[in-house]
Design a protein around this ligand. Structure first.
Ligand code: 4NP
Length: 153
């Protein structure tokens, strides 16, 4: 099963989400991430995201930012969005109901009613904001990993 995590720049939230969810899933699952904008294409994740993940034993340092493409809707089985703007922009790129049905808000899929089901952008915050983002994504990934494992049973 292939899972895609999506945020705006693909340098803060979705790289963390990719690393954390991948660390909780067994072999047979593939997790990747992308952004809705190409501004940071080719860049490694934000240093603060890399450091925060490293502090929790998750290595995201080798990831590279890339924009989401229309072919991702065929390649991936499940597509999780970090906030409502991203969800809107990703859904606009879909071609049909089958593709659209793969797309959801990550926190909503996890049943975590926090911040209106949005993972807020920590880009303009300090390390504290990245720590909060990590903690939120870690909780949600725990729930989602069980859901995904059960789906494949
Ligand atoms: P992300 O955070 O969507 O969590 O990767 C952002 C990082 C950079 C920008 C926007 C969001 N930016 O516009 O530069």
């Amino acid at each position: 099963m292939k899972i895609l995590m999506v945020c705006l720049g693909n340098i803060c939230r979705s790289p963390l989400a990719e690393g954390i969810l991948a660390s909780k899933l067994p072999l047979g699952f593939e997790v990747d991430s992308a952004g809705t904008i190409s501004l940071h294409e080719g860049e490694h994740p934000d240093k603060r995201a890399v450091k925060t993940a490293q502090n929790h034993g998750v290595d995201i340092s080798k990831q590279r930012s890339r924009p989401i493409t229309t072919s991702d809707f065929q390649s991936y089985d499940v597509i999780y969005c970090m906030d409502r703007q991203v969800l809107h922009d990703v859904i606009e790129m879909t071609d049909n109901e089958q593709e659209r049905s793969k797309v959801s808000l990550f926190l909503e899929a996890a049943g975590m009613n926090i911040n209106n089901f949005e993972v807020k952008d920590p880009y303009w915050s300090e390390m504290e904001g990245f720590e909060e983002t990590f903690s939120l994504l870690d909780q949600a990934s725990g729930i989602i990993s069980h859901q995904l494992i059960n789906k494949t049973k």
